[in-house]
Design a protein. Structure first.
Ligand code: PMP
Length: 431
């Protein structure tokens, strides 16, 4: 499919105006004009199936969220230093969804800011500086969070207080002892941090390990890790930016799949269905010294409109039973993809929970050799058929399927049909 002249000119103008640090998706970029539910429309009015956008989790342009934002914007939008009911009401709605050690929630605009604040709190509370992450983690774009986001690549320097542990690769390691193995890796990094007088302030992880390659199973991994970290005086921080707000289907929060009680929980992306709103939830003892000795102010964080967007999004997830939909439709997609393994030898593994699914592509199943080129080809070929997904992991060889939570069974069928068609046209028939 050829881009319109206007889109081609826009690519040029964009590069000139925005500079060299931005990237576009797909070798043939998509120019989007509008969206509704799980469908995006380009400048020609052609329709795309959005199987990637987890931000608009209750669907693009959801009328209830649009109405809440518009109404609030026409009434009042201001910061958190005046008394307003919206922020209190939203905090009170959210707090009962966490484990009961979590009693407060603070608001930011982005996930990066949330993780930045979480680490300031963790370092201040513990008096230690070390932060441990998984080897391809992404936690944000601020100076501090980029310093513990190794997925930004080897040219983006990590902090001297940062240590990495390998991702829990359930495809290549025995899942039975993965939890103890990961806890052992964390313990080794803690020893190193202690030897250097830094100590461990926090272990932070996304429980779906999205940028590491999506490892949703086993769910007994994080318990042993939390134990090792706490024994050394550090905190367990659950980064729920990807896995939170019903994404995993079985639970509202991803960490809950592992049955753990985090000390700090960070969240963002889907929280306002596209309106920038993010947050940090904490246990009282963890925030006490920071709260007493320091102050927190964020001009836009927790503003009136952000809270209206978040409240409406939260209510839609509940009223439209989107967690159940995520579990049900996610299962159908996962099952359909697993069935394709009989036909295509290059599908190494199908993983995921709810509407967060990874399909690891390999050269041949017997060797498990990651195939970046196959994944790239599939992602671009699907785009040509107007189905949008992406790829993740160190080798970018795991297809990343992560649609809005309103994805229906008919959308799942279309997605599976298109994936099978692309597998066949790109790599030939059955094995
Ligand atoms: N944590 C995780 C796990 C993320 O995936 C992201 C964004 N991709 C962030 C933090 C940062 O969030 P934001 O882009 O809103 O700053």
């Amino acid at each position: 499919e050829n881009l319109t002249e206007e889109s081609m000119r826009m690519i040029d103008r964009r590069a000139k105006a925005l500079g060299p640090a931005y990237r576009l998706f797909y070798s043939n970029p998509v120019e989007v004009k509008s969206a509704r539910g799980v469908l995006l429309y380009d400048s020609r009015g052609d329709e795309y199936l959005d199987a990637y956008n987890n931000v608009v989790s209750v669907g693009h342009s959801h009328p209830r969220v649009v109405e809440a934002i518009t109404r609030q914007l026409g009434t009042l939008c201001t910061h958190t230093r005046y008394l307003q009911n919206g922020i209190v009401e939203y905090a009170e709605s959210l707090l009962p969804t966490f484990t009961d050690n979590i009693k407060h929630v603070m608001f930011t605009c982005t996930g990066s800011e949330a993780n930045d604040l979480a680490m300031r709190i963790a370092q201040y509370h513990t008096g230690k500086s070390g932060i441990i992450v998984t080897s391809e983690a992404y936690h944000g774009n601020s100076h501090l969070t980029a310093g513990f986001s190794p997925s930004l690549g080897e040219n983006s320097p990590l902090g001297t207080w940062v240590r990495r542990v390998p991702a829990p690769d359930s495809y290549r390691r025995d899942p039975a002892d993965l939890g103890l193995w990961l806890a052992g890796e964390v313990a080794r990094q803690i020893e190193d941090l202690e030897r250097r007088g830094q100590g461990v302030a926090a272990f932070i992880a996304d429980s779906l390990f999205s940028s590491d390659g999506i490892y949703s199973e086993p769910t007994n991994l994080l318990g042993p890790v939390a134990e090792v970290v706490r024994k050394a005086g550090g905190l367990f921080v659950a980064d729920e930016v990807q896995s939170g707000f019903a994404r995993s289907g079985t639970h509202f929060w991803g960490y809950a799949r592992h049955g753990i009680r985090p000390d700090i929980i960070t969240m963002g992306k889907p929280m306002g269905n596209g309106y920038p709103v993010a947050g940090v939830a904490v246990a009282p003892d963890v925030i006490e010294s920071f709260g007493n000795d320091q102050r927190y102010f964020n001009t836009f964080g927790g503003n009136s409109v952000a809270m209206a967007a978040a409240q409406a999004t939260f209510e839609v997830i509940r009223d439209e039973c989107l967690q159940q939909n995520s579990e049900r439709v996610g299962f159908i997609i996962k099952q359909g993809l697993t069935d394709l393994m009989d036909k295509f030898d290059f599908i190494g593994d199908v993983r995921g929970s709810g509407l967060y699914i990874g399909v690891e592509l390999v050269e041949e199943r017997a060797q498990k050799t990651p195939s970046s080129s196959r994944a790239l080809q599939v992602v671009n070929a699907l785009r040509e058929r107007r189905v949008l997904i992406s790829a993740t992991g160190f080798h970018s060889n795991t297809l990343k399927i992560r649609p809005p939570l309103v994805f229906a069974e008919a959308h799942a069928d279309r997605l599976l049909t298109e994936i099978e068609a692309v597998f066949r046209t790109c790599f030939g028939g059955s094995k």
